[in-house]
Write a protein that binds this ligand. Structure first.
Ligand SMILES: [Zn+2]
Length: 74
């Protein structure tokens, strides 16, 4: 079952340092490495226990997604 996480819950889960790295380490098809914005309402914990952030590229606004391998936490 998919479960949505808030930004705060995600930060608690992975730690503020890791979160900052993730936020600034996203691949955009248009600009390459970029930061993700507007993802706060679309943070989903997948059945695989990975977490997927869906938002926009900070530079160009293209849709981007970032998968976090949070599956080790059981
Ligand atoms: Zn971009």
């Amino acid at each position: 079952m998919k479960k949505k996480l808030t930004k705060q819950e995600l930060i608690q889960k992975i730690g503020v340092k890791n979160f900052a790295l993730v936020e600034r380490n996203v691949f955009c098809a248009e600009c390459g490495n970029t930061a993700i914005v507007d993802y706060e309402d679309d943070i989903v914990l997948e059945p695989s226990r990975d977490t997927v952030l869906r938002g926009k590229c900070k530079k160009c606004g293209h849709a981007v997604a970032r998968v976090l391998e949070t599956g080790e936490e059981r």
